[in-house]
Design a binder for this molecule. Structure first.
Ligand code: ARG
Length: 459
Protein backbone atom coordinates (compact mmCIF):
# COMPACT_ATOMS: atom_id res chain seq x y z
CA UNK A 1 0.00 0.00 0.00
CA UNK A 2 1.42 3.38 -1.00
CA UNK A 3 1.56 6.25 1.44
CA UNK A 4 -0.40 9.13 -0.11
CA UNK A 5 0.21 11.76 2.56
CA UNK A 6 1.42 15.10 1.26
CA UNK A 7 5.21 15.25 1.63
CA UNK A 8 7.53 18.23 1.44
CA UNK A 9 9.48 16.66 -1.39
CA UNK A 10 6.57 15.78 -3.73
CA UNK A 11 7.12 16.83 -7.34
CA UNK A 12 10.37 15.23 -8.36
CA UNK A 13 9.28 11.71 -7.38
CA UNK A 14 6.21 10.15 -8.90
CA UNK A 15 6.40 6.91 -7.03
CA UNK A 16 6.34 6.68 -3.24
CA UNK A 17 7.72 4.34 -0.58
CA UNK A 18 5.02 1.97 0.63
CA UNK A 19 3.56 2.54 4.08
CA UNK A 20 6.06 0.38 5.90
CA UNK A 21 9.03 1.89 4.09
CA UNK A 22 7.68 5.40 4.66
CA UNK A 23 7.36 4.71 8.36
CA UNK A 24 10.89 3.29 8.36
CA UNK A 25 12.37 6.54 7.11
CA UNK A 26 10.13 8.76 9.26
CA UNK A 27 11.34 10.26 12.53
CA UNK A 28 8.19 11.83 13.94
CA UNK A 29 8.08 9.53 16.95
CA UNK A 30 11.49 10.71 18.04
CA UNK A 31 11.50 14.33 16.92
CA UNK A 32 8.00 15.27 18.04
CA UNK A 33 9.48 16.39 21.30
CA UNK A 34 11.08 19.22 19.29
CA UNK A 35 7.68 20.63 18.39
CA UNK A 36 7.89 23.84 20.40
CA UNK A 37 11.47 24.43 19.31
CA UNK A 38 10.43 23.92 15.71
CA UNK A 39 7.62 26.44 16.13
CA UNK A 40 9.92 28.94 17.82
CA UNK A 41 12.44 28.58 14.99
CA UNK A 42 9.74 29.02 12.37
CA UNK A 43 8.43 32.15 14.06
CA UNK A 44 11.90 33.70 14.06
CA UNK A 45 12.48 32.65 10.46
CA UNK A 46 9.11 34.00 9.26
CA UNK A 47 9.56 37.28 11.12
CA UNK A 48 12.98 37.71 9.51
CA UNK A 49 11.58 36.89 6.04
CA UNK A 50 9.00 39.61 6.66
CA UNK A 51 11.56 42.19 7.78
CA UNK A 52 13.70 41.45 4.75
CA UNK A 53 10.77 41.98 2.42
CA UNK A 54 10.77 38.36 1.27
CA UNK A 55 7.28 37.85 2.69
CA UNK A 56 4.53 40.46 2.88
CA UNK A 57 3.55 41.93 6.22
CA UNK A 58 0.18 40.13 6.04
CA UNK A 59 1.75 36.75 5.32
CA UNK A 60 4.24 37.24 8.14
CA UNK A 61 1.50 38.21 10.57
CA UNK A 62 -0.69 35.28 9.52
CA UNK A 63 2.20 32.84 9.94
CA UNK A 64 3.11 34.17 13.35
CA UNK A 65 -0.46 34.05 14.61
CA UNK A 66 -1.00 30.55 13.29
CA UNK A 67 2.29 29.26 14.71
CA UNK A 68 1.29 30.61 18.13
CA UNK A 69 -2.13 29.07 17.69
CA UNK A 70 -0.66 25.68 16.79
CA UNK A 71 1.59 25.80 19.84
CA UNK A 72 -1.32 26.49 22.16
CA UNK A 73 -3.50 23.84 20.50
CA UNK A 74 -0.76 21.28 20.98
CA UNK A 75 -0.31 22.31 24.60
CA UNK A 76 -4.03 22.01 25.29
CA UNK A 77 -4.34 18.74 23.42
CA UNK A 78 -6.72 20.17 20.83
CA UNK A 79 -4.20 19.42 18.10
CA UNK A 80 -2.55 16.02 18.26
CA UNK A 81 0.75 15.39 16.51
CA UNK A 82 0.15 12.94 13.70
CA UNK A 83 2.37 9.92 14.25
CA UNK A 84 2.16 9.02 10.58
CA UNK A 85 3.76 12.31 9.47
CA UNK A 86 7.34 12.14 8.24
CA UNK A 87 8.88 14.37 10.87
CA UNK A 88 7.96 17.30 13.07
CA UNK A 89 9.08 19.83 10.46
CA UNK A 90 6.79 18.35 7.80
CA UNK A 91 3.97 18.13 10.30
CA UNK A 92 4.07 21.80 11.29
CA UNK A 93 4.52 23.03 7.72
CA UNK A 94 1.67 20.73 6.67
CA UNK A 95 -0.68 22.25 9.27
CA UNK A 96 0.32 25.78 8.27
CA UNK A 97 -0.38 24.99 4.64
CA UNK A 98 -3.68 23.29 5.39
CA UNK A 99 -4.83 26.28 7.40
CA UNK A 100 -3.24 29.22 5.58
CA UNK A 101 -2.71 28.00 2.02
CA UNK A 102 -0.01 30.02 0.24
CA UNK A 103 1.18 31.69 3.44
CA UNK A 104 1.98 28.23 4.77
CA UNK A 105 3.67 27.35 1.50
CA UNK A 106 6.00 30.35 1.80
CA UNK A 107 7.49 29.76 5.27
CA UNK A 108 10.28 27.48 4.06
CA UNK A 109 11.92 30.10 1.81
CA UNK A 110 15.67 30.14 2.41
CA UNK A 111 15.42 27.20 4.78
CA UNK A 112 16.00 23.46 4.64
CA UNK A 113 15.05 20.79 7.09
CA UNK A 114 18.79 20.39 7.48
CA UNK A 115 19.33 23.74 9.15
CA UNK A 116 15.88 23.47 10.73
CA UNK A 117 16.70 20.25 12.54
CA UNK A 118 20.17 21.49 13.51
CA UNK A 119 18.46 24.51 15.02
CA UNK A 120 15.67 22.59 16.74
CA UNK A 121 18.04 20.22 18.51
CA UNK A 122 20.14 23.12 19.75
CA UNK A 123 17.11 25.01 21.02
CA UNK A 124 15.85 21.87 22.70
CA UNK A 125 19.20 21.22 24.37
CA UNK A 126 19.43 24.81 25.56
CA UNK A 127 16.06 24.30 27.21
CA UNK A 128 16.83 20.89 28.58
CA UNK A 129 20.36 21.19 29.96
CA UNK A 130 19.52 23.55 32.84
CA UNK A 131 17.12 20.90 34.16
CA UNK A 132 19.86 18.30 34.15
CA UNK A 133 22.21 20.71 35.83
CA UNK A 134 19.68 21.45 38.55
CA UNK A 135 19.22 17.68 38.97
CA UNK A 136 22.96 17.42 39.58
CA UNK A 137 22.78 20.38 41.93
CA UNK A 138 20.01 18.72 43.94
CA UNK A 139 22.06 15.53 44.30
CA UNK A 140 25.12 17.51 45.39
CA UNK A 141 23.10 19.40 47.99
CA UNK A 142 21.61 16.20 49.37
CA UNK A 143 25.07 14.64 49.61
CA UNK A 144 26.38 17.75 51.33
CA UNK A 145 23.49 17.75 53.82
CA UNK A 146 24.46 14.21 54.78
CA UNK A 147 28.16 15.06 54.74
CA UNK A 148 27.53 17.98 57.09
CA UNK A 149 26.01 15.60 59.65
CA UNK A 150 28.90 13.19 59.34
CA UNK A 151 32.12 15.19 59.41
CA UNK A 152 33.12 13.18 62.49
CA UNK A 153 31.71 9.79 61.47
CA UNK A 154 34.79 7.65 61.08
CA UNK A 155 34.90 5.00 58.40
CA UNK A 156 37.61 3.19 56.49
CA UNK A 157 38.69 4.59 53.15
CA UNK A 158 39.61 1.89 50.63
CA UNK A 159 42.12 1.25 47.91
CA UNK A 160 41.95 -2.07 46.05
CA UNK A 161 38.79 -2.60 48.12
CA UNK A 162 41.11 -3.16 51.09
CA UNK A 163 40.84 -0.93 54.14
CA UNK A 164 43.47 1.75 53.62
CA UNK A 165 43.24 4.80 55.88
CA UNK A 166 40.64 6.28 58.19
CA UNK A 167 38.37 8.88 56.67
CA UNK A 168 34.88 10.12 57.52
CA UNK A 169 31.59 9.61 55.78
CA UNK A 170 31.46 13.37 55.25
CA UNK A 171 34.80 13.29 53.47
CA UNK A 172 33.73 10.36 51.32
CA UNK A 173 30.52 12.09 50.24
CA UNK A 174 32.42 15.28 49.44
CA UNK A 175 34.52 13.22 47.01
CA UNK A 176 31.34 12.26 45.17
CA UNK A 177 30.10 15.84 45.25
CA UNK A 178 33.37 17.08 43.68
CA UNK A 179 32.86 14.75 40.73
CA UNK A 180 29.28 15.91 40.26
CA UNK A 181 30.19 19.59 40.40
CA UNK A 182 32.64 19.00 37.53
CA UNK A 183 29.88 17.21 35.63
CA UNK A 184 27.59 20.17 36.14
CA UNK A 185 30.19 22.57 34.74
CA UNK A 186 30.90 20.28 31.81
CA UNK A 187 27.35 20.91 30.55
CA UNK A 188 27.89 24.66 30.78
CA UNK A 189 31.07 24.28 28.74
CA UNK A 190 29.17 22.37 26.06
CA UNK A 191 26.40 24.96 26.02
CA UNK A 192 28.81 27.82 25.40
CA UNK A 193 30.39 25.94 22.52
CA UNK A 194 27.19 25.26 20.61
CA UNK A 195 25.55 28.59 21.34
CA UNK A 196 25.54 29.52 17.64
CA UNK A 197 22.53 29.59 15.37
CA UNK A 198 22.61 27.39 12.25
CA UNK A 199 19.45 28.90 10.77
CA UNK A 200 20.06 30.28 7.28
CA UNK A 201 22.57 27.55 6.45
CA UNK A 202 19.88 25.99 4.29
CA UNK A 203 20.57 22.54 2.91
CA UNK A 204 24.33 23.07 3.10
CA UNK A 205 25.29 26.20 1.19
CA UNK A 206 23.20 29.07 2.54
CA UNK A 207 20.76 30.95 0.36
CA UNK A 208 20.68 33.53 -2.41
CA UNK A 209 17.80 35.23 -0.60
CA UNK A 210 18.75 38.25 1.53
CA UNK A 211 18.37 36.43 4.86
CA UNK A 212 19.42 38.23 8.03
CA UNK A 213 21.14 35.52 10.04
CA UNK A 214 22.20 37.94 12.78
CA UNK A 215 18.54 38.78 13.34
CA UNK A 216 17.32 35.19 13.67
CA UNK A 217 20.29 34.25 15.86
CA UNK A 218 19.53 37.19 18.15
CA UNK A 219 15.78 36.55 18.21
CA UNK A 220 16.38 32.92 19.18
CA UNK A 221 18.78 33.82 21.98
CA UNK A 222 22.04 32.65 20.42
CA UNK A 223 25.28 34.54 20.78
CA UNK A 224 25.41 34.78 16.98
CA UNK A 225 25.07 32.82 13.72
CA UNK A 226 27.37 29.92 12.88
CA UNK A 227 30.34 30.82 10.70
CA UNK A 228 30.02 28.31 7.87
CA UNK A 229 26.80 26.97 6.36
CA UNK A 230 28.13 23.52 5.59
CA UNK A 231 29.57 23.07 9.06
CA UNK A 232 26.26 24.23 10.55
CA UNK A 233 24.29 21.36 9.13
CA UNK A 234 26.98 18.66 9.16
CA UNK A 235 28.16 19.30 12.71
CA UNK A 236 26.94 17.03 15.44
CA UNK A 237 29.90 17.33 17.73
CA UNK A 238 27.64 19.05 20.24
CA UNK A 239 25.75 15.75 20.36
CA UNK A 240 28.99 13.80 20.84
CA UNK A 241 29.98 16.16 23.59
CA UNK A 242 26.66 16.05 25.41
CA UNK A 243 26.32 12.30 25.09
CA UNK A 244 29.83 12.07 26.55
CA UNK A 245 28.90 14.47 29.35
CA UNK A 246 25.85 12.33 30.09
CA UNK A 247 27.92 9.15 30.03
CA UNK A 248 30.34 10.71 32.50
CA UNK A 249 27.60 11.71 34.98
CA UNK A 250 26.01 8.31 34.64
CA UNK A 251 29.37 6.59 35.16
CA UNK A 252 29.82 8.60 38.33
CA UNK A 253 26.36 7.64 39.57
CA UNK A 254 27.14 4.06 38.66
CA UNK A 255 30.30 4.06 40.75
CA UNK A 256 28.50 5.62 43.70
CA UNK A 257 25.81 2.98 43.36
CA UNK A 258 28.40 0.24 43.37
CA UNK A 259 29.50 1.54 46.78
CA UNK A 260 25.88 1.75 47.93
CA UNK A 261 25.22 -1.82 46.87
CA UNK A 262 28.35 -3.01 48.66
CA UNK A 263 27.60 -0.95 51.74
CA UNK A 264 24.09 -2.34 51.97
CA UNK A 265 25.38 -5.93 52.03
CA UNK A 266 25.42 -7.87 55.28
CA UNK A 267 29.21 -7.96 54.96
CA UNK A 268 29.55 -4.17 55.05
CA UNK A 269 26.25 -3.03 56.62
CA UNK A 270 27.31 0.61 56.37
CA UNK A 271 24.03 1.80 54.90
CA UNK A 272 20.42 0.94 55.50
CA UNK A 273 18.40 1.90 52.44
CA UNK A 274 14.82 2.93 53.11
CA UNK A 275 12.26 0.23 52.41
CA UNK A 276 10.70 2.54 49.84
CA UNK A 277 14.03 2.52 47.99
CA UNK A 278 14.44 -1.26 48.09
CA UNK A 279 12.64 -4.23 46.62
CA UNK A 280 11.99 -7.73 47.85
CA UNK A 281 12.41 -11.13 46.29
CA UNK A 282 9.69 -13.20 44.69
CA UNK A 283 11.05 -16.33 46.31
CA UNK A 284 13.30 -15.44 49.24
CA UNK A 285 11.07 -13.88 51.87
CA UNK A 286 13.87 -12.28 53.89
CA UNK A 287 15.32 -10.23 51.03
CA UNK A 288 15.71 -6.47 50.87
CA UNK A 289 17.58 -5.69 47.68
CA UNK A 290 19.25 -2.45 46.55
CA UNK A 291 17.57 -2.64 43.14
CA UNK A 292 17.47 1.11 42.62
CA UNK A 293 21.21 1.43 43.10
CA UNK A 294 21.77 -1.53 40.81
CA UNK A 295 19.53 -0.16 38.09
CA UNK A 296 21.20 3.25 38.16
CA UNK A 297 24.52 1.42 37.89
CA UNK A 298 23.18 -0.67 35.02
CA UNK A 299 21.95 2.33 33.10
CA UNK A 300 25.53 3.48 32.67
CA UNK A 301 25.57 0.81 29.96
CA UNK A 302 22.89 2.70 28.04
CA UNK A 303 24.56 6.08 28.24
CA UNK A 304 27.94 4.69 27.21
CA UNK A 305 26.17 2.79 24.44
CA UNK A 306 24.45 5.97 23.22
CA UNK A 307 27.76 7.77 23.15
CA UNK A 308 29.31 4.99 21.10
CA UNK A 309 26.26 5.01 18.80
CA UNK A 310 26.86 8.67 18.02
CA UNK A 311 30.58 8.32 17.45
CA UNK A 312 29.95 5.36 15.17
CA UNK A 313 27.23 7.25 13.34
CA UNK A 314 29.51 10.15 12.52
CA UNK A 315 32.70 8.32 11.82
CA UNK A 316 33.08 8.06 8.05
CA UNK A 317 29.98 10.15 7.25
CA UNK A 318 30.69 12.22 4.16
CA UNK A 319 29.99 15.95 4.25
CA UNK A 320 27.41 17.39 4.48
CA UNK A 321 23.91 16.10 5.42
CA UNK A 322 23.10 12.40 5.18
CA UNK A 323 19.97 10.78 6.46
CA UNK A 324 22.12 8.80 8.89
CA UNK A 325 22.10 11.96 10.98
CA UNK A 326 18.45 11.38 11.76
CA UNK A 327 19.65 8.63 14.10
CA UNK A 328 21.38 11.19 16.32
CA UNK A 329 18.31 12.20 18.27
CA UNK A 330 17.18 8.89 19.70
CA UNK A 331 20.56 8.21 21.27
CA UNK A 332 21.05 11.71 22.57
CA UNK A 333 17.52 12.06 23.96
CA UNK A 334 17.77 8.70 25.65
CA UNK A 335 20.96 9.77 27.40
CA UNK A 336 19.39 13.01 28.59
CA UNK A 337 16.27 11.21 29.83
CA UNK A 338 18.27 8.49 31.52
CA UNK A 339 20.58 10.86 33.34
CA UNK A 340 17.76 13.14 34.45
CA UNK A 341 15.72 10.26 35.84
CA UNK A 342 18.70 8.57 37.51
CA UNK A 343 19.69 11.82 39.22
CA UNK A 344 16.19 12.07 40.67
CA UNK A 345 16.20 8.45 41.80
CA UNK A 346 19.69 8.67 43.27
CA UNK A 347 18.84 11.82 45.21
CA UNK A 348 15.72 10.32 46.70
CA UNK A 349 17.46 7.09 47.60
CA UNK A 350 20.31 8.92 49.33
CA UNK A 351 18.05 11.40 51.15
CA UNK A 352 16.12 8.55 52.77
CA UNK A 353 19.07 6.28 53.55
CA UNK A 354 20.35 5.72 57.08
CA UNK A 355 24.03 5.30 57.80
CA UNK A 356 25.29 2.79 60.33
CA UNK A 357 28.05 4.91 61.83
CA UNK A 358 28.75 2.38 64.59
CA UNK A 359 29.48 -0.29 62.03
CA UNK A 360 31.63 2.09 59.98
CA UNK A 361 33.68 3.02 63.04
CA UNK A 362 34.14 -0.67 63.89
CA UNK A 363 35.38 -1.32 60.38
CA UNK A 364 37.92 1.49 60.75
CA UNK A 365 39.40 0.01 63.92
CA UNK A 366 41.78 -2.89 64.16
CA UNK A 367 43.00 -3.16 60.59
CA UNK A 368 46.23 -1.17 60.98
CA UNK A 369 44.73 1.82 59.18
CA UNK A 370 47.03 3.91 61.39
CA UNK A 371 50.19 2.42 59.84
CA UNK A 372 50.73 5.37 57.47
CA UNK A 373 50.22 7.74 60.38
CA UNK A 374 52.84 5.86 62.42
CA UNK A 375 55.26 6.21 59.52
CA UNK A 376 54.51 9.92 59.17
CA UNK A 377 55.14 10.32 62.93
CA UNK A 378 58.67 9.09 62.32
CA UNK A 379 59.05 11.37 59.28
CA UNK A 380 58.14 14.32 61.50
CA UNK A 381 60.97 13.18 63.82
CA UNK A 382 63.42 13.31 60.92
CA UNK A 383 63.47 9.76 59.56
CA UNK A 384 63.50 9.36 55.74
CA UNK A 385 60.06 8.19 54.63
CA UNK A 386 61.27 4.89 53.19
CA UNK A 387 62.85 3.93 56.53
CA UNK A 388 59.74 5.07 58.40
CA UNK A 389 57.56 2.98 56.07
CA UNK A 390 59.74 -0.04 56.79
CA UNK A 391 59.62 0.48 60.56
CA UNK A 392 55.82 0.74 60.52
CA UNK A 393 55.54 -2.29 58.24
CA UNK A 394 57.68 -4.37 60.63
CA UNK A 395 55.52 -3.22 63.54
CA UNK A 396 52.43 -4.43 61.66
CA UNK A 397 54.13 -7.78 61.11
CA UNK A 398 55.00 -8.02 64.81
CA UNK A 399 51.37 -7.30 65.70
CA UNK A 400 50.05 -9.93 63.32
CA UNK A 401 52.48 -12.51 64.71
CA UNK A 402 51.41 -11.64 68.25
CA UNK A 403 47.72 -11.73 67.35
CA UNK A 404 47.29 -7.98 67.94
CA UNK A 405 45.15 -5.79 65.74
CA UNK A 406 46.65 -2.34 66.23
CA UNK A 407 50.09 -0.77 66.51
CA UNK A 408 49.01 0.74 69.85
CA UNK A 409 49.03 -2.79 71.31
CA UNK A 410 52.83 -2.70 71.23
CA UNK A 411 54.73 -1.39 74.24
CA UNK A 412 57.03 1.61 73.84
CA UNK A 413 60.05 -0.69 74.19
CA UNK A 414 58.68 -2.85 71.34
CA UNK A 415 58.12 0.23 69.20
CA UNK A 416 61.63 1.48 69.91
CA UNK A 417 63.04 -1.83 68.65
CA UNK A 418 62.11 -0.64 65.15
CA UNK A 419 62.87 3.03 65.71
CA UNK A 420 64.32 4.81 68.71
CA UNK A 421 62.40 7.90 67.56
CA UNK A 422 59.11 6.54 68.97
CA UNK A 423 58.04 8.28 72.19
CA UNK A 424 55.05 8.02 74.49
CA UNK A 425 53.23 10.74 72.51
CA UNK A 426 52.76 8.40 69.54
CA UNK A 427 49.90 6.51 71.22
CA UNK A 428 47.66 9.56 71.25
CA UNK A 429 48.11 9.89 67.49
CA UNK A 430 47.15 6.38 66.44
CA UNK A 431 43.42 6.21 67.20
CA UNK A 432 41.11 6.45 64.16
CA UNK A 433 39.83 9.88 65.16
CA UNK A 434 43.36 11.17 65.84
CA UNK A 435 44.44 9.92 62.41
CA UNK A 436 41.54 11.72 60.73
CA UNK A 437 41.98 14.89 62.78
CA UNK A 438 45.64 15.11 61.87
CA UNK A 439 44.88 15.34 58.16
CA UNK A 440 44.03 19.01 58.30
CA UNK A 441 45.86 19.91 55.10
CA UNK A 442 43.89 21.25 52.13
CA UNK A 443 41.79 18.44 50.72
CA UNK A 444 42.21 16.34 53.86
CA UNK A 445 39.69 14.39 55.91
CA UNK A 446 39.83 16.39 59.16
CA UNK A 447 36.37 17.59 60.20
CA UNK A 448 37.14 21.31 59.94
CA UNK A 449 38.68 20.78 56.50
CA UNK A 450 35.65 18.76 55.35
CA UNK A 451 33.40 21.57 56.60
CA UNK A 452 35.42 23.93 54.42
CA UNK A 453 35.03 21.57 51.43
CA UNK A 454 31.29 21.41 52.03
CA UNK A 455 31.10 25.20 52.02
CA UNK A 456 33.07 25.36 48.73
CA UNK A 457 30.87 22.71 47.15
CA UNK A 458 27.67 24.46 48.23
CA UNK A 459 28.05 27.04 45.49
N1 ARG B 1 14.09 14.14 10.05
C1 ARG B 1 15.32 14.63 9.53
C2 ARG B 1 16.44 14.46 10.55
O1 ARG B 1 16.15 14.33 11.68
C3 ARG B 1 15.20 16.08 9.17
C4 ARG B 1 16.14 16.48 8.11
C5 ARG B 1 15.76 15.84 6.83
N2 ARG B 1 16.59 16.30 5.77
C6 ARG B 1 16.71 15.64 4.61
N3 ARG B 1 17.50 16.14 3.75
N4 ARG B 1 16.06 14.53 4.39
O2 ARG B 1 17.61 14.48 10.22
Amino acid sequence: MKNTKPVLWAGRLVDRPDAEAFAFQASINIDKRLVFDDIEGSRAHAAMLGKQGILSAETTAALDAELLNIASEIKSGKLVIDDSAEDIHSFIEGILTARLGDAGRSVHAGRSRNDQVALDIRLYLKRRIPGIQSGIDAVVNTLLDIAGRHTESIMPGYTHLQRAQCVTLGFYLCAWACALRRDQRRFTDALTRFDECPLGAGALAGSSLPLDREATAGALGFSGPTLNAMDSIADRDFALELASDCAIVQTHLSRFCEDIALWSSEEFKFIDLAEAWSTGSSIMPQKKNPDFAELIRGKAGRTTGNMVTLFTLLKGLPYAYNKDLQEDKEALFDSLDTVEMCLRMFRGMMADARFNTKRMAEAAAGGFLEATDAAEYLVRKGLPFRSAHEAAALLVRDCITAGQNSISCRSLAELKKHSPLFEEDVYALLSPSACVNSRRLLGGAAPEEVRRQIACLRN
